[in-house]
Ligand binder design. Structure first.
Ligand SMILES: Nc1ncnc2c1ncn2[C@@H]1O[C@H](COP(=O)(O)OP(=O)(O)OP(=O)(O)O)[C@@H](O)[C@H]1O
Ligand SMILES: [Mg+2]
Length: 209
């Protein structure tokens, strides 16, 4: 069985699908066979994006499919080096089912307390359900200033959960790239691609260490 990485959150719109897509692209470019399970059946964000990617003829990533349940996503997952699970906008009983099967659970969060508090609460809740606190890693996304990054880093350090190194700055060009079927590591701007790559690399490093 390969690596299983899940992207989960309590709040919607925090950057799960954004990071799931970027991880799928970078892992594929690194030579891994990747399967993405889009567990957001209502929105199908990654599935739609993948269709756009294929239509535009960009570098192929492995398989992208929608699944209603984490258990179904695991079928035939043995054929892949990495299974990426993109969760739905809200935490539910499905969230803990997804967390249970993952080797690493990425919790994307903005830098505001409004984003950080639900992120840490979700990690606490899942820990109470028997998920190891060590399996969580918080990813800082949509951040703007050095001071808000420092403040968020301090808050996360106090929470005791792991923080991934790097962060995703707030950039309209990330949205533009994703509109076209590209990942945040594949925009027209090398410097912001590097920022995204650093964060994604830290997911890969955490998985493989
Ligand atoms: N760093 C960023 N800069 C600018 N826009 C961003 C950034 N990260 C994400 N976005 C945009 O924010 C929106 C939400 O991101 P995304 O879809 O990845 O979140 P999500 O957690 O998967 O949402 P949902 O809970 O609805 O599934 C998208 O429009 C995305 O393009
Ligand atoms: Mg999503």
């Amino acid at each position: 069985m390969g690596y299983i990485v899940a992207f989960l959150s309590q709040k919607g719109g925090v950057g799960k699908s954004t990071l799931a897509r970027a991880l799928a692209c970078e892992a594929s470019k690194g030579g891994l066979s990747v399967k993405v399970a889009d567990l957001d059946t209502q929105q199908g964000t990654v599935t739609n994006w993948h269709r756009q990617r294929e239509a535009n003829g960009f570098d192929r990533i492995g398989s992208v499919e929608t699944f209603g349940k984490a258990k179904d996503a695991l079928k035939n997952a043995d054929d892949f080096d990495m299974l990426i699970l993109d969760g739905a906008p809200r935490a539910s009983s499905a969230t803990s089912d997804i967390a249970k099967v993952a080797d690493l659970i990425i919790l994307p969060s903005g830098a505001s307390r409004d984003d950080l508090i639900p992120t840490v609460l979700l990690a606490h809740e899942l820990s109470k359900k028997g998920i190891s606190p060590k399996s969580f890693a918080i990813a800082l996304v949509r951040v703007s200033t050095e001071s808000e990054i420092r403040d968020a880093q301090e808050y996360i350090q106090i929470s005791g959960y792991q923080l991934l190194s790097g962060y995703l700055p707030e950039k309209p060009s990330y949205r533009q790239a994703q509109n076209d079927g590209l990942a945040v590591t594949e925009t027209r701007f090398a410097s912001i691609n590097e920022k995204a790559k650093e964060l994604i690399q830290s997911i890969i490093d955490t998985l493989t260490k």
